[in-house]
Design a protein around this ligand. Sequence first.
Ligand code: SAH
Length: 455
Amino acid sequence: MRHFPVFLDLRGRTVLVLGTGAVADRKAALAARAGAVIRRAERFETGLLEGCALAIGADAPDAELRSLAAAAHRFGITCNVVDRPDLGTCIMPAVIERGPVTIAVGSDGVAPVLARLLRARIEAAIPPGFGRLAALAARFRDEFRRRLPDAALRRRVLERLFTGPAADHVFAGREAEAEAEFARALAEGAADAAGTVFLVGGGPGAADLLTLRAQRLLGEADVIVHDRLVGDAVLDLARRDAPRIYVGKARAQHCLKQEEINALLIRLAREGKRVVRLKGGDPFIFGRGGEEAEALLAAGIRCEVVPGVTAALACAAQEMIPLTHRGIARSVTFVTGHTRDGVLDIDFAPLVRSRTTLAVYMGIVSLPQLRDGLLAHGLDPAMPAALIERGGTERHRALRGTLDALVAQAPGWSTGGPALVLIGPALARGAGLAAGTPTAADAEAEAAEAEAEAD
Ligand code: SAH
């Protein structure tokens, strides 16, 4: 780059245009459009430069142009001599105008034709409504600055307006709708400025099992508060400069107590931050999301929940286990195997009676108690079950068998990753079919159900 690009404010200032002809006329017209007072002359004399902000020479004899350039140079007046970059001190770029948005393309004076070709391409790429969009933004500028003093938040809100429906409205000539979008974004942004906590489900750990909404929020977060279960693949999608706060939650070694996590979320939100509280799986399934939401709402903090793929769904999909199957499993029960003071507090009777698929979270430690409880309440000891570790990630593993077999093998098999227990007749279906054919009773139940549904 040899020429330093600047945009000159010429309003009310004098511009000398030396020369007569089409090119000189064009330059004069352009400067006049920018609000300049034009002084035209055919022949140069030094006095013409008095009070000039800019001098332009075109369509004049060479000697005149040289005198102009030399004098301008002496007085330190910016000077452009058309097609003679060697004489002047500035060159004029090819210009694309879209309202207040001006794009200037220069080639240091060496390839003006190329610059003009480039201008044509840019002209074609930028919708003519772009200027109206910029003009609309200009009308809202002061209000945006006043009501959204945080520059990062303001930028985010504006970016969304310029790439979203507001821009579409403007380009389609729907000015009123576009204006309404601006007003709405402003109100929403102002509410955001008070701080919001997003309880976001991070899914089972694979980045591509995250929802698009979760991904967007991670990209926009001011701070991320996360658990142990959230994998690096997911965290990698977060905004680089957003601090991450790890609040733990490994079994029996909580880093922060729940009340401390709640207090942290409230404090961050009160600082006006956009907080992403990222949890493994779904926030409302054994994620204590309910407690956090209640604490936030009680503190008057805006809170939104973004669902995630919960472990049971990821594990079932991974292992090709249909959680419900017509005639075989009519419900799914998510149950926790977490014990309080060593006791598994589960009401076993309904779980055994109904045709259900049981998904037991945090069940690996209490697996023997779980088996004892279920069998004592009449569960068929041959009922298929599976232990699935790190389901939905590249490192997934599964162990299938009866509950007795799982209890016997689990301690040696487990590698310590999060694991889920699935139990129920549906485990014989899906990929389970490969291991054995469905029983006659299954076929009968399925037929009966199909008939009932046909009614
Ligand atoms: N909110 C989470 C569950 C948190 S409780 C969700 O919706 O998935 C933690 C328990 O979830 C673990 O003990 C384990 O039982 C289960 N879990 C979480 N991720 C898992 C995964 N990838 N594979 C298997 N089980 C998982």
